[in-house]
Design a binder for this molecule. Sequence first.
Ligand SMILES: Cc1ncc(COP(=O)(O)O)c(C=O)c1O
Length: 396
Amino acid sequence: MTSHIMPTYNRLPVTFERGEGAWLLDENNNRYLDAISGIAVCNLGHAHPSVHKAICAQSEKLLHTSNIYKIANQERLADQLTEKSGMDNVFFCNSGAEANEAAIKLARKFGHEKGIDYPAIIVMDKSFHGRTLATLSATGNSKVQQGFAPLVEGFVRVPYNDINAIKQALADNKNIVAILVEPIQGEGGINIPAADYLNQIRSLCDQHELLMMLDEIQSGIGRTGKFLAFQHNNIIPDVCTLAKALGNGVPIGACLARGKAAELLTAGMHGSTFGGNPLACSAALAVLATLGEDNLIELARQKGEAICAGFTEHLQGNPHIVDIRNKGLMIGIELDSPCAELVKSALQQRLLINVTNDTTIRLLPPLIIDEEQIKLLVDTLSTLINNYTEQTAQKT
Ligand SMILES: Cc1ncc(COP(=O)(O)O)c(C=O)c1O
């Protein structure tokens, strides 16, 4: 039968009916180990009882009112997010792209207040910030932009993890008002910058009076072993965007701001009908409570180490492995040639993984993954990788 879904995704031939923690079950009750968590969304795993309970309880009372009224859950969530992050206030929306749109608007407003008529934002090669027109223009991947010109103006691109390139861009362009960067690039290939990269960006932003804007949409909410990845660097940005795991599957995005950035928008300048509604905020509140109660952030760090140690051992001596890298449970295994086919072979073994930037296997397992599941993940995927690289080597 013809599908009536617009074909914007190449979908794998499987449909899931239910989830239980790190497992997804298909229509025939086959269990798949989920090592991608709906792309960094279900950090607490599937059907987590605390999220289930919170959204059921909230839906009995109220799903939605409007941002023209006070929303108690939104106030509570903003209190907790600002307390955990060191930021001052929050704008709530429904997705990562929207959170970044808010950040881009903040940067532009900041520029205009400084008397800059054509404010520009430094963005990075291989970045990913979303699919709306402004966020795809900020994204450093020409495939995402192809066919959608004219792009939104006001972005200056530099290589990732290259402080000198930022300094050069600042010297060349007096209209720069902000730097937008992922603490770890997710879609770009799990690219982990130098340990002091964010600290150096912080200093440059202070020196040049720019907004430091961090896209933590993939790296945030405990995944890297800190609540937010920038907390590994003991810095605080001026703007920080969240989405994905904030609601563990219930759509919610957030743009957090601090200091001067927190004072830029006043009533009527930005909005969202659904943004921060009682239901979405109830899910996010349950997520934050569970992360703390179950010590999941520290566990993410430990589990990430265990998984990478396992892969290092099993893939030792395989000359086609370029790198195994991670920050907590944001894990990349880079091969020396394209390996997208591995996603299908893993699916046949009932293991869900992802390949990004052609050659990097990306793993984003749920923070609740247990020891047995870790062993299954490492054993199954190492065997698949070793067989795959052997076969491709034979072909060439
Ligand atoms: C770093 C980053 N920013 C932004 C986005 C866009 O988020 P959304 O798909 O919720 O709009 C993503 C999604 O993959 C992301 O990884």
